[in-house]
Design a protein around this ligand. Sequence first.
Ligand code: UDP
Ligand code: MG
Length: 309
Amino acid sequence: MPPELSIVVPCFNEEDALPIFYDETINILKANGLDSYEFVFVDDGSTDGTLEAAQAISDKDASVHFVSFSRNFGKEAALYAGLAKSSGKYIAVMDADLQDPPSLLPKMLCAVRDEGFDCAATRRVTRKNEPPVRSFFARLFYKIMGKMSDVPIVDGARDFRLMTCRYKNSVLSLLECNRFSKGIFPWVGFKTKWFEYENVERAAGKTKWSFRKLFLYSIDGIIGFSTKPLTLVAILGVLAIFMSFVFIAIIILRRLIFGDPVQGWASLVCLITFFSGVQLSSIGICGLYIAKIYTEVKHRPMYIVKEEK
Ligand code: UDP
Ligand code: MG
């Protein structure tokens, strides 16, 4: 018999947070009479004792399974592996640091089991306790993404979700290796109920997202879910051609009216540097798409499993 609820948890260097997470979550499950559960911890190539912590919990509780990667493959790969291994009727995905409050689980399960939704999703309505620079860039990212993306990307949406089996299978059917969950979840469709909550601080350990990692992740998101940058580049090129027609007309008229042949060295340099910049950045944008095609066509596995239980 499959368990009623699977809880998938990607973990990267979470040896301190994992036991606290397990205790807290199990208390909530028990308090709500949810005895048919399973945990799937995915150790994403941690360099600390995360795997040992997962093993210890699994030795105590037979409903706890784990997958351990041969190295760090990133949260997206860990999510995929966890979803693929889970066998529950309903599947929840949450972080190991208790920033996704387990107290929401019963309500989310209710929405999916009794109210006809295929997914219960969560969104953070505050960003307090976050560095202001990070909040600023996060907001900017959601603004850009909102304009560019072909699917709606919700500001502050977390990966904390609870879903039905058919929703999970749809997510698993997307086999791209450049994964961006914030786009994949809305892309698969179905009816989703949103839950909002205030930002919570990490229970232990520290965030795994450096500014650089977040920046690269947001580029993955834009490239993965929109081809608008390519359209913009093409439009920019056409505008530049029109601009050059205007310049040519001005130069010819000036030559005819004033007859001054050698002038405009400074403006020439400005134009050359400006258009070199436009060309290089346009080639760069096309290059980003080509790079993604290149990594996709290699068909490498998303992750490599070292051991599992
Ligand atoms: N995580 C992961 N692989 C990574 C980075 C993060 O599995 O390469 C996990 C991490 O252990 C945590 C979740 O993804 O359970 C969210 O990470 P974190 O809490 O660092 O992100 P934040 O909440 O600060 O956005
Ligand atoms: Mg966190």
